[in-house]
Design a binder for this molecule. Structure first.
Ligand code: SAM
Length: 291
């Protein structure tokens, strides 16, 4: 069967429906079947895998997912794409399109209704670039029974997500994602495989969900508050960032100094030099003073 994701077929489909791209919805469609094969092979799918896709577009990735997995549930926000998807994905009987903003969707109940019979659950998508981080953080923080996430996003965001301590990309986003997953850049993707071509470089990131979060924290919410505070101004020391950013931090400076001492962290260090474990120890030491 002819792939949707070739320049000729994509143009045919767009012309047939008079479809015009909406930049505001991050619509950059894939037009290279080789990239799609690499994405599905990176996700290591089988007929025992249920897949959640975000933003099927005209179905380029969706059909590859349908061929290689058990069932695909795809969330699409743009109503104009629904009749097109009905047409392009008509040969497949294991796809369900849900017309919803993924950020507003109850993904947990969709999984219970549609995907509970599958041994493994993966999220695979070419994400809309204006909302990549909120989408990934939603999927991870809602404690969904997913095993992994393989998604296309801006290379710059992929670098921050997978960054290690001591690098300039390392920050609160690296910590938030690595708390839940092992994060790795699978491969870099050239602009030429998209229509229209995006302004930035892209990458496929592979997130493997951990059985347990990477570190023990008393409160996840407070742990993330501390990590965000620590990176508020990257050139400031950890002590200065925490006193200026934490609620009532200035009046609690003594407690912050004490907690840094308990966690054996020199107050003059910068957030970017601390490991996940050091942030967890610090957040747990601070927690009683801020709970
Ligand atoms: N999967 C297609 C492909 O690879 O060719 C399209 C990918 S395109 C980068 C992103 C898709 O996400 C578009 O179809 C867009 O309409 C959709 N989208 C944008 N924001 C969304 C949201 N909040 N929830 C669900 N879908 C969204």
């Amino acid at each position: 069967m002819k792939d949707i994701a070739t320049p000729t077929r994509t143009k045919e489909i767009l012309n047939k429906y008079g479809f015009s791209f909406k930049k505001s919805l991050g619509q950059n469609f894939l037009i290279d079947p080789n990239i799609l094969k690499r994405i599905t092979s990176e996700a290591n799918l089988s007929k025992e895998t249920g897949v959640i896709e975000i933003g099927p577009g005209i179905g380029a990735l969706t059909e590859h997912l349908a061929r290689t997995s058990g069932k695909v549930i795809a969330f699409e926000i743009d109503q104009r794409l629904l009749p097109i998807l009905e047409d392009t994905l008509q040969p497949y009987n294991n796809i369900k399109i849900i017309h919803k903003d993924i950020l507003k969707a109850n993904v947990q109940s969709v999984i219970e209704e549609e995907l509970k019979d599958y041994k493994e659950l993966m999220v695979v998508a070419n994400l809309p670039y204006y909302v990549t981080t909120p989408i990934i953080l939603k999927l991870l923080s809602e404690n969904l029974p997913i095993d992994g996430i393989v998604v296309m996003l801006q290379k710059e965001v992929a670098d921050r997500i997978s960054a290690k301590p001591g690098t300039k990309e390392y920050g609160s986003l690296s910590i938030a994602i690595q708390y839940y997953t092992e994060a790795e850049i699978a491969f870099i993707v050239p602009k030429t495989v998209f229509m229209p071509q995006p302004n930035v470089d892209s990458a496929i990131i592979h997130l493997t969900k951990r059985e347990q979060p990477a570190v023990f924290v008393e409160s996840e919410e407070f742990f993330f508050t501390v990590t965000r505070a620590a990176f508020a101004q990257r050139r400031k020391t950890i002590l200065n960032n925490l006193t200026s950013q934490l609620p009532e931090g200035k009046s609690k400076k003594d407690m912050i100094i004490k907690a840094l001492e308990t966690a054996e962290i020199d107050p003059s260090r910068r957030g970017e030099s601390l490991s996940l474990q050091q942030f967890a120890t610090l957040a747990n030491a601070l927690y009683p003073s801020f709970a």
